[in-house]
Structure formats: structure tokens, C-alpha cells
Design a protein around this ligand. Structure first.
Ligand code: NDP
Length: 448
């Protein structure tokens, strides 16, 4: 008789959990994965994937406008939200089935119910059954934080935003991070009036200052309103069903919807981690070592629930490293250096490596190269939107230590450029590469 029901029991079928379970199973482990909502997790079901599809949908507003300058006779166009919403949700269903098929094909048992930890090797399912496993992996992700203010329940989060019955005419977005800026762009392109409200005096803390300033300028020019240093005080429903939002230091704002995009907290509440002595930090994140092991020897955690880097590709790598290390006899650790990231705003931002500020603090002597240009497509379109590429180099070694961009297709360009930054190439190596003309990306090898 085996000592446990499973070699591995995974709680949470998002990016990290799915990768870990299917790789562990491929290594020969007997694996079960449980999920209380839908296989796929935040990224696939209510995050990156449907968001990116909405970004594409939104961008047609500008493309259709620009097309006229390129000779196209564009009739008055009407946007139909239910069509886009339902097509996006249908694609989410397709991906949910694909993820489920992958798990089935790898002989991972899928249990569609909530599970909590009962002990170092025991998990209790919502149906009341207890199962045992040699190793338990927690991959429950993170959950939107909603500020604790009266009327907060009248707002929505990124969980609900993909399911709206109708587009709000006026929307207030709380927060100045990824989700706030991405949805500010999306709703604005769909002709909603957008007010972005942040508690601090900046957007996108952590991104290079010049690049986020440029996004702010462009967003304001487009008509998105910003309120800074304006914490939420309360939200009230008015007699006509609309909302009144009270902010500290500002006049109240009337709106049809409020979207809270004020960060995401590791999803550990009510998981029973105390039953196995699993340590969590002040933010509710599971504390793990470099091999994803918690303070309990048989319990591991990957992805957003550990609050290391809240990005899908990182969770996937952590899940892979866990499975290879524990079940594949191939000890592997994730390298967290030079992780590229992007904000799919309008226009998008992308960055890798140190910002100018970080590099100055860390290296002291740096060189900054910048290209501030109007992409040729924008010139012909009469679109007064400039791109900005910024390269940060170590002045002593000439090594490129950071690259930060805002402009059309910046994430697509940066993914390839990030290889060179990660590889530690010198600026000279970039300069030695012949430009690919005419392109926006050629600016990267022409920086002087
Ligand atoms: P972010 O951490 O990006 O931003 C949170 C924002 O909310 C900040 O502007 C912060 O203000 C503000 N804030 C935080 N707490 C409060 C509070 N209690 N009351 C009021 N304001 C508050 O979070 P998001 O929700 O936008 O996204 C969550 C995570 O999901 C991101 O960190 C990212 O890792 C991931 N994500 C990644 C995407 C991508 O890769 N493109 C897209 C979407 C999400 P302050 O200015 O003071 O910091």
C-alpha cells in the first residue's frame, strides 16, 4: 500500500499549479489538482488573456481613425461591447478546455472543489473527504484588494470587469498600477469617460520615471483625467442608480462604475495553513526558500501566493522548477534577474533591468541614452504621440543594465531586446548590429 493517496496534491489550477502538476505527472508522480473556480487561473480566466484581447479590441478605435489618413474611406463605425465581451469569453472557454485537456492527457486528476490544508500531508476537500499526499503545492494566486471604505461593495474589480452588461459612460478607476492604466486605456478607447484616482502622486511606481511621465502626458492629452494624492473616502449610490465617489481633498465625482485596481493580496485566507505550521508574512504571502519550500517540509508554494514577482511567466517557471527538482531529479532554481515586464496601456510600456534611478543608486556612474521620436506611422496619421526609448549603461563597463520603452509594440520589441540585456551585452555590441530600416526597433542600435 502506498503511504499516501497521491505523490503530489496541488491546490489551485492557475499558471503555476497547472505547470507543476503536469510536469510532475510527466516525471511519473501520481498527481491531483484541485480548483474551486475554473482551470486556467487568473491569467487565462480573468487576467492577462482576456485583458489583452480587450486591448486589441480597444486599439481599433485609433486604427480606424488613423486609417483615413492612409486613404481608407472609413464610414462612421459603431462599437458593440456585447460582441467583443462574448467573443472574448468564448475564447476563455476554449483555453479553459485546452488547459483541462492538457491535465487529462498527462493523467493529472482534476478535482473541481475547494481544498484546505489539514496537516503536513493532508488536505480536506469541500465535500468533506480528506486525501493525503507526500507533497502539497499551494498555487492559489492572489486576489484583488478592495480599500476598506464605506460603499466599496458598489465597485467592481478585475474579476468582474470582463462580464459587464454594458459599458459605463463614466468610470472611476482606483489605483495607479498595471490594471488601472491598462483599463484606463481600454475604457477610454471605448469612449467611456475615465478618471484614474491614486492615493499617491504617481502612476506605475517601479517603472522608469521618464517612461511613466510620458504615459501620463499622452493619457491626459487623450482625455483621461487623473487625480493624485486622493484616497477614497466613500462611495454612495444615488437615487438614479449612478455612483458618487468621495475623495480626500477633491470634489466628489459622479460615475456609472468604480473599478478597484489597488493591488492583489496573496490568496491564503482560510486555507488552513496554520494546521501545518506554514509561515506567512505580513502581506499574507507564504514564505518560501529558493526551492519553493515553505516552513513545513512537505508543503511548497509557487506563483502570486508567494508574492515574489506577480507575473504569469514567473509562476510558470517556479512550477516547472519545483516539479523538476522534486519529481524529476533535476534540481532547478528560478533566476529572478532581468525579468522583462510590460503594461498594455495605450500606448504600451515595457521594461527590463534597472531604471535610471536604480542604476544611479547601485552603480553610481552610469550613461543614459535616449531616443524620443514620433513613429513614422503616427506622423502620417497626424497622431501627435511620441515614443521614448531609454537605455541605461554601466559607465565603467559599457554593459547595458536597463532598457525602458513606451510606444507602439514596445512589449513585442522589448521581449527580444531583453535577451541582450539579460546576456549582459555591452552598448558597443548593440551598436555593432546593423539597423533594420525602417522600423521603430532600429532606434535601439542607433542610440547616441
Ligand atoms: P499594482 O501593484 O500594479 O498597483 C497598485 C496601485 O494601487 C498602486 O498605484 C498603489 O498606489 C495603489 N494602492 C495599493 N494599495 C492601495 C490601497 N489600499 N488603497 C488605495 N490605493 C492602493 O496592482 P494592480 O492591482 O494594478 O495589479 C496587481 C498585480 O498584477 C501587479 O502588481 C502585477 O504584478 C500583476 N499584473 C500584471 C500585468 C502585466 O504584466 N501587464 C497586468 C495586470 C496585473 P501607490 O502609487 O502608492 O503604489
Amino acid at each position: 500500500m502506498p503511504a499516501y493517496d497521491y505523490d503530489l496534491f496541488v491546490i489551485g489550477a492557475g499558471s503555476g499549479g497547472v505547470r507543476a502538476s503536469r510536469v510532475a505527472a510527466a516525471h511519473g508522480a501520481k498527481v491531483a489538482i484541485c480548483e474551486e473556480y475554473r482551470v486556467g487561473g487568473t491569467c487565462v480566466i480573468r487576467g492577462c488573456v482576456p485583458k489583452k484581447l480587450l486591448v486589441y479590441g480597444a486599439h481599433f478605435a485609433e486604427d480606424l481613425q488613423d486609417a483615413k489618413r492612409f486613404g481608407w474611406d472609413v464610414p462612421d463605425c459603431r462599437f458593440d461591447w456585447p460582441t467583443l465581451r462574448d467573443n472574448v469569453l468564448a475564447d476563455v472557454d476554449r483555453l479553459n478546455r485546452a488547459y483541462t485537456d492538457t491535465l487529462n492527457n498527462n493523467k493529472v486528476e482534476i478535482i473541481l472543489e475547494r481544498a484546505t490544508v489539514e496537516g503536513p500531508n493532508a488536505v480536506k476537500l469541500a465535500s468533506g473527504k480528506t486525501v493525503t499526499a507526500g507533497k502539497i503545492l499551494i498555487a492559489t494566486g492572489a486576489w484583488p484588494i478592495i480599500p476598506d471604505v464605506p460603499g466599496a461593495e458598489l465597485g467592481i474589480t478585475s474579476n468582474e470587469v470582463f462580464h459587464l452588461d454594458a459599458l459605463p459612460k463614466r468610470i472611476v478607476i482606483a489605483g495607479g498600477g498595471y490594471i488601472a492604466n491598462e483599463f484606463a486605456g481600454i475604457f477610454h478607447e471605448f469612449r467611456s469617460h475615465v478618471t484614474l484616482v491614486n492615493r499617491s502622486d504617481t502612476i506605475l511606481r517601479g517603472y522608469d520615471e521618464s517612461v511613466r511621465d510620458r504615459l501620463l502626458q499622452i493619457s491626459m492629452m487623450k482625455g483621461i483625467e487623473f487625480k493624485f494624492n486622493a484616497p477614497f473616502e466613500k462611495v454612495e449610490k444615488q437615487q438614479d442608480g449612478t455612483l458618487k465617489i468621495f475623495l480626500k481633498g477633491c470634489d466628489p465625482i459622479e460615475a456609472d462604475a468604480v473599478l478597484f485596481a489597488t493591488g492583489r493580496r496573496p490568496h491564503t485566507e482560510g486555507l488552513g495553513l496554520e494546521n501545518a505550521g506554514v509561515e506567512i508574512d505580513a502581506n499574507g504571502a507564504i514564505v518560501v526558500d529558493a526551492d519553493n519550500k515553505s516552513s513545513c517540509d512537505s508543503i511548497y508554494a509557487v506563483g502570486d501566493v508567494t508574492n515574489r514577482v506577480q507575473l504569469t511567466p514567473v509562476a510558470i517557471r517556479e512550477g516547472q522548477a519545483f516539479a523538476d527538482t522534486i519529481f524529476g531529479g533535476k534540481p532547478t532554481r528560478v533566476d529572478y534577474g532581468c525579468i522583462p515586464s510590460a503594461v498594455f496601456s495605450h500606448p504600451p510600456i515595457a521594461g527590463v533591468g534597472m531604471t535610471e534611478g536604480q542604476a544611479r543608486n547601485k552603480l553610481g556612474s552610469i550613461k543614459v541614452y535616449q531616443s524620443d521620436f514620433r513613429p513614422m506611422k503616427n506622423v502620417l496619421a497626424g497622431r501627435n504621440e511620441r515614443a521614448l526609448y531609454k537605455m541605461i549603461c554601466n559607465a565603467e563597463t559599457d554593459v547595458v543594465v536597463g532598457l525602458h520603452m513606451i510606444g507602439p509594440d514596445a512589449p513585442e520589441i522589448l521581449q527580444a531586446a531583453a535577451i541582450a540585456v539579460k546576456a549582459g551585452l555591452t552598448k558597443q555590441a548593440w551598436d555593432d548590429t546593423v539597423a533594420l530600416h525602417p522600423s521603430m526597433a532600429e532606434e535601439l542600435v542607433l542610440l547616441r
